[in-house]
Design a protein around this ligand. Sequence first.
Ligand code: ADP
Ligand code: MG
Length: 367
Amino acid sequence: MSEESVKVAVRVRPFNQREKDRNAKLIIQMNGKSTFITDPRLSIDEQKQFSFDYSYWSHDGFVEHPSGIYQAKDSVSCYASQQKVFDDLGRDVLKNAFDGFNCSLFAYGQTGSGKSYSMIGYGVNRGIVPIACDELFQQIQHKKDSTINFEVALSMLEVYNEQVRDLLTKEFPKGGLAVRQHPTSGHFYPQGLRIVPVGSYVDIEHRINEGTENRTIAATNMNITSSRAHTIVTIYFNQIIKNDLGETKKTSVINLVDLAGSERISNTGVTGDRLKESTNINRSLSALGNVISALVDISSGVKRKIVVPYRDSILTKLLQNALGGNSKTIMIAALSPADINYDETLSTLRFADRVKRIKNVAVINEN
Ligand code: ADP
Ligand code: MG
């Protein structure tokens, strides 16, 4: 058994074109594990400081800025490539999976802040998920012999408007998949979700690309953007070890979660589908916030016996193990560097600051 806080990393992306066009100012600075944010209406001396397991600086766009602890030119020590983020966070996930722990990695932040960049990546800039899958199969290849057998399988789903859609199929039944509760373990699961065996990196990469494409197709059909949905990629990893007594099986479930954009969506002036959509996103992210508040109270000893409101949304039901449960959990909070996003960025930092106070108790799954 291993009690451990959720590990939290924040990562700031470079300025985007829109921010450059609007001549946006830099409000984020980093120094070691600390992240500082300046209220653009106040002076540079009045910064709020947060501390995380990792604070990752971006690489360009900051050279013109006159002040700050880190500027692009001399920010080498904080600069994080995709590979560095994987080395810090992804390697642990793999090690824990081989040890038989459940693992979860989730990305939080407003739309366009870099969640998908960190998780999946774009083109040659592969994110944590593909690098981890690649590494997983390399390690399997390396460890494979007559005494041990490995099984890897994958599922991929999307939660949109409180409905679960299987992304490994092009059929989207109306109403989505039902979420049921397992009678003995109490865990929630989407009934009938496809879990496909995968035998190589190429195989898994192909499936994830297919799922990502289905996500876009579904979004286009329903005239939404994919940032309105939560995506969960799950890897089921089994090790069957033969010994004198027969066989033991170590299992690990790895959840990789790309959350919907955290920006509050205003209900004013919207009707019909848009209203339903914004209400549901606000609802699932506030349910997530409520679950986290309850867990922080429990972890800090403020309250021991309270009901954690996992049942309040589909998202929190599916993340029950990842938060406060049997899992080693990591969160990446993605940040914009620009003053025009101050409110959202501060709210993301506060969210991340609460998440790091949660303690999970992970056990090795072996029988
Ligand atoms: P989100 O998934 O949070 O909506 P994306 O991951 O799609 O946002 O990122 C938005 C844009 O910013 C993309 O064009 C992406 O390539 C770029 N970007 C995000 N993070 C980084 C980073 N760390 N370094 C370079 N570019 C980034
Ligand atoms: Mg995205």
